[in-house]
Design a protein around this ligand. Sequence first.
Ligand code: ADP
Length: 349
Amino acid sequence: MILVLNTGSSSIKAAIFDGTLTEIAGATLTGLGDADGDAVLSVTGQKQTVAAHDHGAGIAVILDALSGHEITAVAHRVVHGGTKLTAPTRLTDAAIATIEANVPLAPLHNPPALAGIHAMATVRPDLPQFASFDTAFHATQPDLATTYALPKAQRDAGIRRYGFHGLSYASMVDHFGAGIPKRLLALHLGNGASLCAILDGKSVATSMGYSPLEGLTMGTRTGCIDGMAVLRIAEEIGIDAAGTLLNKQSGLKGLAGTNDMRDLLASDGTDAQFAVDHFCYWAARHAGSAIVAMGGIDAVAFTGGIGENSAPIRDRIMAHLSFLGDVPFHTVEAREERQIAQDAMQVTT
Ligand code: ADP
């Protein structure tokens, strides 16, 4: 049985998969790191308050909650693999050091994953650990697609486009199997939103760049914004506050006060309607760019909380693309955890 862990700054999501990649149990811890030291554990819909001050304590709570299952390996979701970790890997000391070296690339995302990895190694040193990376699926992009037109010093320092949501896109490719459309426009629309040009099952372009900020209008992230506008905002409110503003207070929330698409669709307020229009229009604008990157389009596939559940949003984005003719579209369930378990099973070294 493989334990899959998705460790965020204030939450840990855990799922156990058996050898046939069926999810047989799960547990979620939220509110980790709250000032009161309490967190909320959810197991099969039952919630209880537990004491968990840090990720180490959180991992212990999760293991306790799932103690009825015999775990033989642990597989972690790690957002950023950088240029070196472009495939799922066994977590050797060297691999862990590489993830640590990538922290400057993903200061919000890699540290919690590392905390989870170290906590597991302390509590269960007997278990082999593996990692899958959100960036890895996009390693097949050509240099033209990943390079920002910057001087060599900055390019050499890793300032380039990476792309994210790769585990979702990899699971989508798996879902289609041999029947995957040749030129597939994939849209992962959740709180974070991106799209990917998938040609012959491989990423050739994606809307997120150096960080998950770039590209589509998202729940709380701006999506594309001119670098000079970023500098101006940073000049006025400081670099840290600018980072928070662009990542946490912008997007749908910045335009209409909430990042919940259901509320926006239900509202008849003009701000809400503008935010929804903005989301759909920019998804389609970036789709145009991805379609160029793969030389045309054979099908569209939607995934993520919005992509899977909201027919009105899918229809509006498809309406923007109607000039392309009758392009079929699919709705695919994002199964990132299952993908991580499958990756770990396939890593043999
Ligand atoms: P995350 O990126 O945090 O994993 P999800 O993929 O769960 O997020 O997507 C969250 C978004 O999906 C929220 O904006 C939520 O309002 C939206 N969503 C979920 N169900 C629906 C629905 N039936 N209609 C419209 N939006 C929905």
